[in-house]
Ligand binder design. Structure first.
Ligand SMILES: C[S@@+](CC[C@H](N)C(=O)[O-])C[C@H]1O[C@@H](n2cnc3c(N)ncnc32)[C@H](O)[C@@H]1O
Length: 198
């Protein structure tokens, strides 16, 4: 049954979480920084290796699982990677919390949850609305890298990006590779890269 007090409490909790995230994200990097961003970074294997190989890049990985972000943070601290931050956040909340002027130079989405059942497709990370949100943050010439072991999801994202006026699919191998936890368990995978049109 509708309970106005509980609804108000719930909305206040969400507002507080979003404003805390905004303060956290604002403190991570200088304003107007170009970021290398991984959505759903899990334990941070990929981005820790990337940040170590690219000390000039500012890298941020985020994941909705607190436990995975805690592990990723320990990895970052052990490797003393000053150019790498991990954030415990939902991808949509994170995009909403980024300071104006912060853009992405590279975006990685590696083995996102496939949600194979049709009625669960709405839970997939890579959807038209999400793509619009990252497109707004993608700087000129930005690259988007997507990889999954679930072919139907791959084909859908390939169509989505291929038809999008702001993105151009690229051929060829990725410039940087690091096997992720889910990649190491998958018998095969499908990859695409796209470039933000000027
Ligand atoms: C299948 S795992 C892949 C992890 C890692 N990328 C890898 O390849 O090993 C998907 C990850 O996405 C995270 N995730 C799912 N939905 C998310 C969301 N809305 N925002 C942020 N992270 C999300 C999950 O917590 C999980 O860690």
């Amino acid at each position: 049954m509708y309970n106005p007090a509980r609804t108000a409490e719930h909305i206040n909790r969400i507002d507080k979480r979003r404003s805390d995230l905004q303060s956290q994200v604002a403190g991570l990097f200088l304003p107007s920084t170009q970021l290398v961003c991984e959505f759903g970074c899990g334990h941070g294997h990929f981005l820790a290796a990337y940040a170590s190989a690219h000390p000039e890049s500012q890298c941020v990985g985020l994941d909705i699982s607190r436990e995975r972000i805690e592990r990723a943070d320990r990895k970052r601290d052990r490797a003393k990677l000053a150019n790498l931050r991990f954030v415990h956040a939902d991808a949509g909340d994170f995009l909403g919390a980024l300071p104006a002027g912060t853009t992405f130079s590279e975006i990685y989405i590696l083995f996102p949850d496939p949600w194979p059942k049709r009625r669960h497709h709405k839970n997939r990370l890579m959807q038209p609305d999400f793509l619009e949100n990252i497109t707004r943050r993608a700087g000129e010439g930005a690259r988007l890298y997507f990889r999954t072991d679930y072919e139907p999801y791959f084909r859908e994202v390939e169509l989505l990006l291929g038809a999008h006026p702001s993105w151009q699919l690229l051929a060829g191998p990725w410039p940087f590779e690091q096997v992720t936890v889910f990649q190491s368990r998958a018998p095969h995978h499908f990859s695409l890269a796209a470039s933000r049109r000027v």
